[in-house]
Design a protein around this ligand. Structure first.
Ligand code: TMP
Length: 215
């Protein structure tokens, strides 16, 4: 039996990680076999790559190195986590996937979208999400939320390498995500992020339940 592959996408501070966790807990309680992963990361190799990618001290990193590191993390995540989970019929919930590369490296860093799609398919071997939930909010709000979270977790400094990009970068990638969602309405569902995490979670559950029932 083939599983179901669900991804969360969105800008900084959109609450994807919390929503992925809440959804996974909800589905587990309903009796589903659930696998949760994220990108960059999700595997030992991926988490090591993530530490390099996010390190604000590595400001010398070029855009090509960044792109290839993201691709390497994705390839390993598909190989080690996603494909085996799909094969056993699980529901896989992944915090960011191919669309983050199109938004951040395409709209954000100006790489050609065709090139990025080729790299994505090399990394995934053609595995694509069945459902993608885009958590949308203005970047100004998202960056503030992200800063507040870092503070609550007693993290030092001015955010990771991506959070340090200027507001125009974050505006471009929001536009990117919205265009990607419009281009693939069958796969994407868009949610305007609510102040209250539980409210957003309810919207996510409604979408996912409808989707799983229809399969
Ligand atoms: P996170 O903040 O959602 O944990 O993700 C880490 C950062 O990695 C985030 O700032 C976005 C960035 N990223 C990309 O630029 N391209 C990608 O393909 C992925 C998966 C993440």
């Amino acid at each position: 039996m083939k599983g179901t592959f669900i991804t969360f996408e969105g800008g900084e501070g959109s609450g994807k990680s919390s929503q992925a966790r809440l959804l996974a807990e909800y589905l587990k309680e309903k009796g589903y076999d659930v696998e949760v992963t994220r990108e960059p990361g999700g595997t030992g190799i991926g988490d090591a790559i993530r530490a390099i990618l996010l390190n604000p001290e590595l400001s010398e990193m070029g855009n090509v190195a960044e792109l290839l590191l993201l691709g390497a993390s994705r390839a390993q995540n598909v190989h080690e986590r996603i494909e085996p989970a799909l094969a056993r019929g699980a529901v896989i919930v992944c915090d960011r996937f191919i669309d983050s590369t199109l938004a951040y490296q395409g709209y954000g860093r100006d790489f050609d979208l065709g090139l990025l799609k080729s790299l994505n398919s090399l990394a995934t071997g053609g595995v694509t999400p069945d459902l993608t939930i885009l958590l949308d909010l203005p970047p100004e709000v998202g960056l503030e939320r992200s800063k507040a979270l870092d503070k609550a977790e007693a993290k030092q400094g001015e955010g990771d390498r991506f959070e340090q990009e200027d507001i125009e970068f974050h505006r471009r990638l929001r536009k990117g995500f919205l265009e990607l969602a419009d281009a693939e309405p069958d796969r994407f569902r868009k949610i305007a992020v609510q102040q209250d995490m539980e409210e957003t979670h309810k919207m996510v559950v409604e979408i996912v339940e409808g989707f799983l029932e229809g399969r």
